[in-house]
Design a binder for this molecule. Structure first.
Ligand code: ZN
Length: 468
């Protein structure tokens, strides 16, 4: 053992000994791309952005991939002149062009050196479209993958062709998972831009989960775009200024749906946009948007897809509530039950009944503490837990609870009370006296809500026997 240890130390020493120089070539790759959600053109000129996820290669030598800020580091053994090349190729995207020159860059440097690239320094329709497609395919991949750390099904370069000589469309090829984008013609813009690229990539994700496309595929693809851009519209100004393809987050297409797959997809996309809007209202813009994006990615991994022309349907609500749930029990609600259900309701999809007031507790044992939990209360309102020992039956009624009656006989004894937290929950700890009689106890929770208690709720009664 000792000899082996000495040997390995020497080995490390020689590997790092002076004489084996490691020189760095560093730099940033940037390109002109279309900003925001509008297409390329008058009033929305391309701007220089860092290019992430692009491969930088020493011809005949090592390669690196740019980081989110467009930077890269290459290491070479000596100061010989070397050619450094960049093309629109990376681990998750590859862009070809049907027209115009392929966007690329090359320069010769001697390490140590800085080699910055500005790829399409004089942008035109064809070069900007190629860069846009590369940026947004990479963005779509990262959107999903960064929130699904265990899902490797998207880790391959999706090949896209920009500037195809057709008009007013874009394509997804289910055979090889390639994408296609058309040049500007027939009154339509070049379709290689933000929301259209994100939409087409959405079909790749649906395919990777083995789900049928149809209305679900169109809705899923739109939803990915709406959430990634935080924009209710798909294909802004596609047919010229002010004429967009669809606005699923503004129109409220209703379930059940009849119509084209593109029309009916909007039920799903609109519901997701509204989930995001509602969460942004309750959690704040940044936190709400991020929560919606994570829910969407979580749901993507469990959904069974659409049902015919219904991209979303009552089972979709259950799926979304399932990924929102934090205790494996939908019957007591989920942390964002209200926001999710309101979003689906806006599209005519019903939610399960709201859970209402629910009381649960640990067994009651002489001399021990028991935790009592009330859920489903209105946040910030008064909750009381009362008990009786004379059995279940029509009990006393209270004007301050809007006339509601208790479900047990005799005079109620107050076990405890408090204010429901932001999740509508109250937890109380009760110590059962060591001398408590071993009898049956009926427990019930009441929640005082509304002016004069007019909207109050009581839970079902819970019957327990004190044990020892
Ligand atoms: Zn589509």
């Amino acid at each position: 053992m000792k000899h082996a240890l000495v040997g390995s130390v020497l080995f490390v020493f020689f590997l790092t000994a002076p004489g084996v120089a490691q020189l760095e070539i560093t730099g940033t790759v940037s390109a002109n791309a279309t900003p925001g959600a509008l297409p390329d053109g008058v009033g929305n000129a391309a701007v220089v952005v860092p290019l992430s996820g692009v491969r930088v290669q020493v011809v005949g030598g090592p390669q690196a991939v740019t980081a989110a800020d467009g930077t890269y580091v290459l290491t070479v053994p000596d100061a010989m002149p070397r050619t450094i090349e960049v093309e629109l190729v990376g681990p998750f995207a590859q862009v070809l062009t049907a027209q115009g020159a392929a966007v690329r860059g090359a320069q010769v440097v001697m390490a140590p050196a800085t080699a910055d690239f500005l790829l399409n320094a004089a942008p035109d329709e064809y070069s900007t479209a190629q860069v846009n497609v590369f940026c947004h395919v990479t963005m779509a991949h990262d959107f999903f993958r960064s929130r699904a750390p265990l899902f490797g099904g998207l880790d391959f370069p999706v090949v896209s062709t920009a500037n195809i000589a057709l008009s007013c469309g874009a394509t997804f090829n289910s055979g090889d998972l390639s994408l296609g984008f058309f040049h500007a013609a027939s009154g339509c813009v070049n379709t290689g831009y933000s929301s259209v690229v994100l939409h087409e990539y959405g079909h790749v994700i649906v395919n990777r989960f083995g789900l049928a496309q149809g209305a679900f595929g169109e809705g899923y693809a739109d939803a990915l775009s709406l959430l990634a851009l935080d924009d209710p519209v798909v294909g802004r100004d596609f047919l010229g200024p002010g004429i967009s393809i669809r606005q699923p987050g503004i129109d409220a297409v209703q379930y059940p749906c009849a119509g084209s797959v593109f029309f009916c997809g909007q039920v799903l996309a609109g519901a997701w946009y509204r989930i995001s809007e509602n969460l942004q209202t309750s959690l704040g813009d940044a936190a709400g948007l991020e929560h919606a994006r994570q829910l969407f990615v979580d749901w993507s991994q469990i959904t069974l897809g659409g049902q015919g022309s219904d991209a979303a349907h009552p089972d979709t609500v259950i799926e979304v509530l399932t990924v929102d749930d934090d205790d494996g029990d939908l019957s007591n609600g989920t942390p964002h039950f209200t926001e999710i259900c309101a979003a689906f309701a806006a599209h005519g999809i019903p939610c399960p009944e709201p859970p209402g007031l629910l009381l649960t507790h640990d067994p009651l044992v002489r001399g021990l503490e028991s935790e009592l939990v009330v859920t489903g209360a209105v946040p910030g309102t008064l909750v009381a837990i009362v008990a009786g020992t004379r059995g279940v039956g029509a009990g006393r009624c209270y004007p301050q609870l809007g006339g509601l009656c208790l479900g047990f006989l005799g005079n109620p004894r107050l076990v405890g009370s408090g204010t429901a937290d932001a999740n509508g929950e109250l937890r109380l700890t009760l110590r059962v006296p060591a001398s408590a009689p071993l009898i049956e106890v009926v427990l019930q929770a009441a929640n005082r809500v509304g002016p004069g208690g007019a909207d109050s709720m009581v839970s079902e009664v819970v019957v327990s026997t004190v044990g020892e």
